[in-house]
Write a protein that binds this ligand. Structure first.
Ligand code: V47
Length: 364
C-alpha cells in the first residue's frame, strides 16, 4: 500500500523521517493536501518519536481579573468598555477566594489574563501576585500575555525589563501564549489594530525568556486569515524559538465567532482543526509540546487531535473564568480529572498529570 496519493506529501515524508526542517512552501503543501490520513500519520510519527504515548494534562483554573479593555479586537466576545453595565474588575480578595477554591480542588496552576484596563494602577498586578503567593506559595502563576506586558510598558512608562522584573519579583512564574493572534499584516491590523504588532509580541517573548521565564505561544485561526498567514506565523515562532528557546508549548486556538464582531463567519471545521494541529507539529520542530485546547476544539476533536500530533490537552480548568466562557465551543469550561484521563486513555494514550513547566505531578 502506498503511503499517500499526494506526491507532495511523499517527498515531505522523507524529510520528516530524516528530521529535516520543513520550508514555508512545504508548510503550504501540508495544509493544501486532501490526504488527511497521511498528514495525520506524519504528525503522529513525530509526536510518538518525541513523547511516545505520553499525553499531558494539568489541573488548573483561569482567573480573568478584568474584562475592561481599551483594545477593540474583532474576534473577542469578552471585552467591555468601562462604562458598560457588565464591565467588571475583580478585587484582590476575590482573586484569593477563586485561588483558594482552585487549590482545594487540586489545582497547581492559576492562568491569569484580562483586558487592557487603563483604570488600574501597576500595583494592582504586583499586589495581586504577591498576595496570591503569600497565601498559596506552591500555586504556579501563569500570568499575562505579551500584549498585556506591552501595554504596561507603554501605559506605566517603564522599560520592558523593569515590567518583567517587577512582575517576576511579585510572583509571576511564567506567561501564557495569548495575544499572538496572527502576526501577518494586513490581517493582524484588520482584526486587532490596537494591539502590539507581531514583531513586538515576539520581541517581548524573547525578553521574558531572557529573564528566565517560560512562555507559551498561540495562533488564532479560522477567521479572515489566509493559509500563507498561518505558515508565516509558525515560521516566525520557530525563528524566535531558535533565538531564545523559552517557548514550551504551542496552542492553535480555533476561532469561535458567536458574540464577536466577526459572528457572521463560520469558524474552522473539524478537518481544519486537525490539519492545523498536524501542520503545527510538523513545522514547529523546535517546540516540545503541541496542545489541543479542548475548550475551543470541543472534546471529540481534541481527543482525535492526539492522533494528529498533539501531546497535551490543557486542563481541567475547574471553573472557566469569564474569558473562557466567551469562547467555549460546546459551552463547557470544566472537566473532572477522571474525565480528562478517560478521554486520553480511550484515545489509546497514557495520561500524565503535569505542572505548568511539564514536571510530572506525583499521584496522591
Ligand atoms: O489571545 C479570544 C483567543 C486567547 C476568541 O498559554 C479567542 O496555555 C477563539 O491564549 N474564539 C486567550 N479564540 C486564550 C489563550 C490560552 C488559552 C489556553 C491556554 C493557553 C496557554 C492560552 O484566546 C486570546 C485570543 O487569541 N480568543 N476570543 C474567540 N472568540
Amino acid at each position: 500500500m502506498q503511503f499517500s496519493f499526494d506526491p507532495n506529501l511523499r517527498d515531505i515524508a522523507f524529510k520528516v523521517e530524516d528530521g529535516e526542517r520543513l520550508t514555508f512552501e512545504e508548510g503550504l503543501a501540508l495544509y493544501n493536501t486532501t490526504d488527511l490520513n497521511a498528514l495525520g500519520k506524519l504528525a503522529d510519527h513525530v509526536r510518538r518519536k518525541r513523547h511516545g504515548l505520553t499525553t499531558y494534562y494539568n489541573v488548573n483554573r483561569h482567573f480573568n481579573h478584568t474584562n475592561i479593555c481599551v483594545a477593540d479586537c474583532k474576534f473577542c466576545g469578552f471585552y467591555r468598555r468601562a462604562r458598560q453595565e457588565d464591565a467588571y474588575t475583580h478585587s484582590i480578595e476575590e482573586g484569593i477566594e477563586i485561588a483558594r477554591n482552585a487549590v482545594a480542588e487540586g489545582a497547581t496552576e492559576l492562568h491569569i489574563v484580562g483586558g487592557l484596563n487603563s483604570k488600574l494602577p501597576f500595583e494592582y498586578y504586583t499586589d495581586l501576585f504577591s498576595s496570591l503567593k503569600r497565601e498559596f506559595p506552591k500555586l504556579h502563576l501563569k500570568a499575562l500575555t505579551m500584549v498585556e506586558l506591552d501595554f504596561f510598558a507603554r501605559f506605566y512608562k517603564m522599560s520592558d525589563e523593569e515590567v518583567i522584573e517587577k512582575l517576576k519579583a511579585a510572583g509571576m512564574d511564567s506567561c501564557p501564549g495569548g495575544g499572538a493572534e496572527i502576526f501577518a499584516e494586513p490581517t493582524r491590523s484588520r482584526i486587532c489594530d490596537h494591539k502590539c504588532d507581531g514583531d513586538r509580541w515576539l520581541e517581548l517573548a524573547g525578553k521574558v525568556h531572557k529573564a528566565g521565564l517560560k512562555t507559551n505561544a498561540t495562533m488564532l485561526y479560522g477567521h479572515i486569515e489566509s493559509i500563507e498567514d498561518r505558515i508565516d506565523h509558525l515560521v516566525r515562532l520557530r525563528d524566535q524559538q531558535d533565538k531564545t528557546g523559552g517557548f514550551q508549548c504551542f496552542i492553535p486556538l480555533a476561532f469561535y465567532p458567536p458574540g464577536t464582531a466577526l459572528s457572521s463567519l463560520p469558524g474552522p471545521d473539524a478537518i481544519d482543526n486537525l490539519k492545523t494541529i498536524a501542520v503545527s507539529r510538523l513545522m514547529l520542530d523546535n517546540f516540545d509540546h503541541i496542545k489541543a485546547y479542548w475548550v475551543m476544539l470541543g472534546k471529540s476533536t481534541a481527543q482525535t487531535a492526539l492522533h494528529f500530533g498533539a501531546n497535551d490537552l490543557d486542563g481541567t480548568i475547574t471553573d472557566g473564568g469569564e474569558l473562557t466562557h466567551s469562547y467555549a465551543t460546546e459551552g463547557e469550561v470544566k472537566m473532572t480529572k477522571q474525565e480528562i484521563i478517560q478521554m486520553i486513555e480511550r484515545a489509546g494514550f497514557e495520561a500524565v498529570e503535569r505542572d505548568t513547566v511539564y514536571n510530572r505531578v506525583a499521584a496522591v
